[in-house]
Design a protein around this ligand. Structure first.
Ligand code: UD1
Ligand code: CA
Length: 446
């Protein structure tokens, strides 16, 4: 019913980031900044979204695909940047949201409020998202009258009185698509920076007799990222949100400020998370899972009532089934640990299946790599792997088999068998005492 489109400005080089990576690809909570914006836009379901990129930013185009990108070959200002989307939005007569690629914390709720304000009875041509930063710095200032928003004045072009205004331009706008490109065409560059300012469309719309309006947002969600330090500040904001969301969803976090989530982390109910736990991208945790302190989890699924850690590491492709236990100093990669299996101490499981209820002794290593290829280890249901065992893949341990401690197993073991590889146990009574006596005589040491 309410048609929206979006333009994301991402042509900035981000020179202050001092990075080979385009600024908008820097991740927050494991997801590039530009992807956060695209995700937030989901709330207003834009029928078209166009990303404006600069020269040499193919990596941004790849990341936002299938969304189209348009190239702003020369950086002539924010109005010029939006104008590049003219062809892509030709004939669009709904509301166009304009977002900045380096302002990634904007919430779906705020975008929804912007679109709603655009559709208010006064039919404002431009709705600007304003905010009141603690330090208004060099932001554009919003000049309001009882009739609404009159103009935006860039800091460099502002008078002392105008600079005293606390209400600032976040840059985010919702514009009537029927007039946006006509307004942009009327913007000139006779100003302090010699740029085509997007902000000029407000005064131009007022001159056409159209209303303009302000929606206020929280300063926190309009934080712009121009440096690594601001990136860290934005990360802190996003982590705060993700921790709140986890707790609202029914997870217990004993020390929330030490837990780091990815934007896509999925938690069931009654998950308990100890201190210093990090979730990389692609993690799904089932109901009632207990994650003790200092775990690092990435690209992994953990089913209901499993327990992890302390100090467990799950790498991509780890699938821990219901009720399984993964204990301290255990690393699991690309492996299924089936229902009720236990891998409790000092172990590496890679490219393997650990059958249901199997018990993996301390210090077991799957030797999955020979310097060239990766090989599979299969451990059957109910098997018992003695401590300090090396399983040299490809190898298969039958269901119910027992492997003696300290073995190196390079051949398949049939179900219910005992397999062990050990040197003979040799004892020489009194040898140690004789050795010491001899050495003391020889060296004069005690
Ligand atoms: C802009 C606003 C200012 C606002 C501030 C909020 C204008 C004229 N001013 O100022 O009122 O308070 O943002 O942060 O709009 N970009 C392009 N192509 C260009 C120029 C910019 O894609 O030719 C992109 C940049 O990559 C950036 C965004 O637009 O993501 C803002 O550009 P920037 O030059 O940082 O604008 P400000 O001077 O900060
Ligand atoms: Ca800026």
């Amino acid at each position: 019913m309410t048609k929206t489109a979006a333009v994301i400005l991402a042509a900035g080089q981000g020179t202050r980031m001092k990075s080979a990576l385009p600024k908008v690809l820097h991740p927050l909570a494991g997801r590039p900044m530009v992807a956060h914006l695209i995700h937030a836009l989901g709330a207003v379901a834009p029928s078209r979204t166009v990303v404006v990129i600069g020269p040499g930013m193919e990596s941004v185009a790849d990341r936002v695909a299938p969304l189209p990108t348009v190239l702003q070959a020369e950086r002539l200002g924010t109005a010029h940047a939006v104008a590049q989307a003219g062809e892509a939005l030709a004939g669009f007569d709904g509301t166009v949201l304009i977002l900045y690629g380096d302002t990634p914390l904007i919430t779906p709720e705020t975008l929804t409020r912007m679109v709603e304000a655009r559709l208010a009875a006064e039919d404002p041509a431009v709705v600007v998202l304003g905010f009141r930063p603690a330090d208004p710095l060099q932001y554009g200032r919003l000049i309001c009258s009882p009739a609404g928003l009159e103009a935006i004045v860039e800091y460099k072009d502002a008078t002392a009185d105008q600079r005293a205004i606390g209400l600032c331009n976040s840059g985010v706008m919702a514009v009537d698509g029927r007039v946006l490109f006509a307004l942009l065409a009327a913007v000139g560059n006779d100003n302090a920076k010699g740029e085509y300012y997007l902000t000029d469309i407000v005064a131009l719309a007022r001159r056409m007799g159209r209303a303009c309006a302000v929606v206020e947002g929280a300063a926190e969600e309009l934080l712009g990222v121009n440096s690594r330090s601001e990136l860290a500040a934005a990360e802190a904001v996003i982590q705060g949100r993700l921790r709140e969301k986890a707790m609202e969803g029914g997870a217990t976090l004993t020390a929330p400020e030490t837990v780091f989530f990815s934007a896509d982390t999925r938690l069931g109910r009654d998950v308990s998370i100890g201190p210093f736990v990090t979730f990389g991208p692609g993690v799904e945790i089932g109901d009632g899972v207990e994650i003790k302190g200092f775990c690092h989890i990435e690209g992994a699924r953990v089913a209901a009532k499993a327990t992890l850690g302390p100090y467990a590491r799950l790498r991509p492709g780890a699938a821990i089934a219901e009720g399984a236990h993964v204990g301290n100093f255990v690393e699991i990669k690309n492996s299924a640990v089936e229902q009720g299996a236990k891998v409790n101490h000092l172990t590496y499981i890679g490219d393997a299946r650990v059958g249901a209820r199997a018990n993996i002794g301390a210090g077991t290593i799957t030797c999955n790599y020979d310097g060239f290829g990766k090989y599979h280890t299969d451990i059957g249901e109910g098997a018992f792997i003695g401590s300090n065992t090396a399983l040299v893949a490809p190898v298969s341990i039958g269901a119910g088999a027992i492997i003696g401690a300290g073995s190196t197993i390079a051949r398949d073991v049939e179900a219910d068998a005992l397999a062990l590889t050990r040197g003979p146990h040799e004892v020489r009574p009194g040898w140690a005492a004789k050795f010491r006596a001899h050495m003391r005589r020889l060296t004069g040491k005690n």
